[in-house]
Unconditional design. Structure first.
Length: 229
């Protein structure tokens, strides 16, 4: 009977925060392990375990987090320096192009490495983490892959700039052809104190310190993080 009570209490606890989005319940699974009732997040991590000796349901053990993300439109990027024009255009460097039928921001093979930037607000349900995923391609097949270099600025209302930005470690594309690849940019210490409601400016550019011959084409950018609920 005690296990049945715990199951009913747990189901009620999980349903209340997700009224109107019942599909989210698929992220939680349960099974019996050595006589215990064990609940798991969708990534396989254990979030709660109960046995017959449990006197009550400890709701403090039931933290349920998940990854969330949102896109940063290419049209929202501007030239990071006081360039003219400020917006990224089809005639600028870097510029907007359509390659492989997909719009992208392009740094040409001539070695141009000027940064572009975009600013966004960190969602209020932010819990931890915070990084960027880019879909990138090369203009053609070459020996040395391009690398994406980047940095971030973090601002807080009424506090200003939270830390001095530092150039992050460039990330290389895993291929040297026109095939799209996923590039993950993970800031270092600049995101240590990140919180919901902060504002972030991301700057990205083509790493001009290596002998990469192809154009760098960025076809999509998203921010992802671990949400609190």
């Amino acid at each position: 009977m005690k296990k049945l009570f715990l199951i009913a209490a747990l189901i009620a606890l999980l349903i209340v925060p997700y009224m109107g989005q019942a599909a989210e319940l698929n992220n939680v699974t349960s099974k019996g392990v050595d006589g215990d009732l064990v609940f798991y997040n969708k990534d396989g991590t254990e979030i709660a375990r109960f046995d017959d000796s449990a006197a009550a349901l400890d709701v403090t053990t039931l933290t349920h987090s998940r990854e969330r993300s949102f896109s940063l439109p290419l049209s929202g990027f501007v030239n990071a320096y006081d360039a003219s024009p400020l917006v990224v255009t089809t005639t600028g460097l870097p510029g907007l192009q359509v390659d492989d039928y997909i719009p992208n921001i392009v740094w040409t093979a001539a070695g141009y490495a000027s940064p572009v930037s975009v600013t966004f607000r960190v969602p209020s349900d932010y819990s931890s983490g915070g990084a960027f995923r880019l879909i990138c391609t090369e203009s053609s097949s070459f020996t040395t892959p391009n690398r994406v270099d980047f940095d971030v600025y973090v601002y807080r209302i009424a506090s200003g700039l939270l830390s001095t930005t530092a150039n992050q470690t460039p990330v290389a594309l895993t291929g040297t052809t026109e095939v799209p690849v996923l590039v993950t940019l993970t800031p270092g210490t600049n995101f240590n104190a990140l919180a919901g409601g902060d504002w972030v400016t991301l700057r990205i550019w083509r790493d001009g310190t290596i002998d990469a011959q192809g154009d760098l084409e960025v076809k999509g950018v998203e921010f992802f993080y671990t949400a609190s609920n």
